[in-house]
Design a protein around this ligand. Structure first.
Ligand SMILES: [Zn+2]
Length: 86
């Protein structure tokens, strides 16, 4: 009789474990960090990223910045981009 109780308890434990696992997966899928819909703390703090001109040091919004071919350097104008290269 004891064995039957243990079997029932084990069955319930497994069912509970599967239920928790499934609901965890569902919630992770719903608000998962991999989705990319959530704004990053950086983006929330400043609506537009400010870039520094690699030639003269002027700070410009990323939308107005001229980026180099490799995308790592930003410039305030196309003229400075060409000048910085030499
Ligand atoms: Zn500049």
């Amino acid at each position: 009789m004891k064995l039957l109780l243990w079997a029932v308890a084990g069955f319930l434990l497994v069912m509970w474990y599967l239920h928790v696992k499934k609901s965890n997966q569902r919630s992770r899928h719903r608000d998962g960090p991999a989705g990319g819909s959530q704004p990053t703390p950086d983006a929330a703090a400043s609506p537009e990223k400010m870039l520094r001109c690699a030639h003269c040091g002027l700070h410009i919004p990323s939308s107005e910045a001229v980026t180099a071919d490799d995308g790592r350097l930003a410039y305030c104008s196309d003229e400075h981009r060409l000048r910085h290269r030499g």
